[in-house]
Design a protein around this ligand. Sequence first.
Ligand SMILES: Cc1cc2nc3c(=O)[nH]c(=O)nc-3n(C[C@H](O)[C@H](O)[C@H](O)COP(=O)(O)OP(=O)(O)OC[C@H]3O[C@@H](n4cnc5c(N)ncnc54)[C@H](O)[C@@H]3O)c2cc1C
Length: 802
Amino acid sequence: MQTTTRVAVIGGGVVGASVLYHLTRLGWTDVLLIERSELTSGSTWHAAGGFHTLNGDTNMAALQGYTIRLYKELEEITGMSCGLHHVGGVTLADDRDRFDMLLAERAKHRYMGLDTHIVGPEEIARIAPITNTDGIIGGLYDPLDGHLDPSGTTHAYARAARMAGAEVVTHCMVRETNQRADGTWDVVTDRGTVHAEHVVNAAGLWAREVGEMAGIYFPLHPMEHQYIVTDEVPEIYERDREHPHVMDPAGESYLRQEGRGLCIGFYEQRAKPWAVDGTPWDFGHELLPDDLDKIEDSIAFAYRRFPVLERAGVKSVIHGPFTFAPDGNPLVGPVPGVRNYWAAVGVMAGFSQGGGVGLMLAQWMVEGECERDTFAMDVARYGDWITPGYTRPKVVENYRKRFSVAYPNEELPAARPFRQTPMYDVFDAMGAVWGHQYGLEVVNYFATGDEPRVETPSFRRSNAWDATRREVQAVRGAVGINETHNFGKYRVTGPKARAWLDRIMAGRIPPPGRLALTPMLSPAGRLWGDFTVSCVEEEHFHLTASYGAQAFHMRWFLDNLEDGVRVENVSDRLTGFQIAGPRARAVLQAATRADVSEMRFLDVRRLTIGMVDCLVQRVSYTGDLGYEIFCDPMAQRALWSTLWAAGQPHGMRPFGMRAMMSLRLDRFFGAWGREFSPDYTAGETGLDRFISWKKNVDFVGRAAAERERAEGAARTLRPFAVDTLDADVHAYEPIWIGGEVTGFCTSGGYSHHAETAVALGLIPTEAAAPGLEVEIEILGEMRPARMLETPLFDPEGARLRG
Ligand SMILES: Cc1cc2nc3c(=O)[nH]c(=O)nc-3n(C[C@H](O)[C@H](O)[C@H](O)COP(=O)(O)OP(=O)(O)OC[C@H]3O[C@@H](n4cnc5c(N)ncnc54)[C@H](O)[C@@H]3O)c2cc1C
């Protein structure tokens, strides 16, 4: 075994092998994979080997498409068989919501170039004849679905990597990972120590234990999972071609042909976490004892859906564990705060996702960033607030919901409430209907009277409609108040703070007492953040951005830190309120002795409000006259009392995130993760208007942004008024121009102020002529939409700036 290497990949399951292969493909060939037993000795060997593209997250779906297409290439490179069966697959829908979900998925697939289609019950009976289609409304057929040989595929990845120069060492156990002062790693194995520039944790079932060796907690948990292989089934072996996969969300099952019989697996409701206190090191090529009791209900359901099963004997039961993150997506990328340590863990669908995970991680390591937005699988999408006590119930919930409908407005209940501000009880008593963001309870809206305290999950307009409308009207008509707890907040201080911000941010860094909006770019010019930068004093800046991107942003800040600058994440050390609406100034004036009339739009001041020292910014995401007010959480209740009392004579009402997202649409403000993400550039999204081309600084991403400026962006973000029925745009609905899909929506909703449905979407720049009429496909319906030129509220900005 070599004693030095550029990268030590720990774990020879399908994921580790894919990472190794992709590193060599991108040119890093001095790489080593260390496996404690044979390759595939974790979850990989007993997987059912199924693969499919369907994933609620569009980028994950695209990476699954990449993984599936890769197998042919792997076979060609290595001459080995992956045992591919491209038999196609159909996902069934037996109620309206399930069908809506499939319609929404199909719509997304259009612009992704995936050739799926909606099929009716007769076609399902023809494609998958063992299906009892009673009660089935329709399904989504995907010709890319199929299955493979898990072991052959893992060995093919490893061989392809070896052919390019990588080393694979088996029967070698990693016992310690110790970091040297220069950031490199000593990987201590039972066959000696390897000095590695980088470590990749791809230890699958043992990812937690291997992480602990470096003091890292990964929020993942193994779950028990079972599938059954039947004896021969005449209806199967008498066919002249292989039976396709059938996914039946109502029965929580997936089914496929296995030899002359069938194989059916279940995501049962009586889900069981496995190895709660750690995966035993002596677990290897063995299975868990059969537990048919826990899948009894699912089996009974499957007998009704696939009557041939009832007559088929059970040949074998495969019951094994595999790992999940709380949201079911992998945990990939550079681990925040641990230099040169990379994660490729929590991959619950190694044969759908392993290729994409390997490609993204290799791009990140070799090229410094990925070609697409990987946030859905970024290990930094969870912060250091996460604990095993939170992870476990969330993982169980995710497992149980694996085949359920995922609604765009759904708030999942497990492990909540967890993180709360001092306002929780106050807002709860006022009728708050709670949402959940990055572990934090956030008010979605306030129910009144007999209104239920839960929002009905739906693809169509929900029961939050009336409350959202009331709250929007309160803001636009008088003044609204909500919390600033779910802003990501950073304090940047020190003599070099301004120079550092000038380099990290593309926009203008404001003078003392002022704030500015600025994009943060990646070296390749992608959007890595949209920030508000406030200069409190010359060497003290207050930054705000998306709350959910804290670990993502801090990782970048700390990786790029310089002497003379200090960056602190103060997201949870500061909270407060925003007040917005035409009466906001009067409320603030009534709450402080300072003269707020002299506070201009984009001014920043320290004010004492009631008893509380606050930082106040005159800016509002509602697009209205408004103030964002930040204070110490210990003083938040006192601040609330003052502002609420001052607000009552002016008709102040609390408002939640549903109203906020409606209000921002009036002025077409983008949102992080929707309009603004690493998938897009400043030029495409209009954030280039905040780039300071004049500043004499080579800010990160400048060359790429200058190039885009010279050439012009090929696509552009535009707002549309949509003529909808009972469903609004959420994200990724295709935009049709002249009968062709030419763009897609980034987000949308309903403007309760302007009383119109609104969509924001990317279309080809040359198509964006005034008066453009398009069609937007919403849940299978083509809805006419008209491009908007002027904001729906305060087009001159008189209220915002006045
Ligand atoms: C019953 C069942 C059915 C499944 N069906 C499917 C399916 O149809 N489709 C699909 O896509 N997925 C399926 N899966 C999930 C799939 O198995 C996993 O997604 C995949 O195997 C994860 O691979 P991995 O490489 O991340 O982890 P693992 O396969 O667990 O590999 C980790 C490797 O790391 C090694 N290792 C750990 N610690 C050390 C150490 N200290 N030193 C050296 N080596 C170490 C282990 O020995 C192991 O070989 C199924 C899982 C189960 C249990």
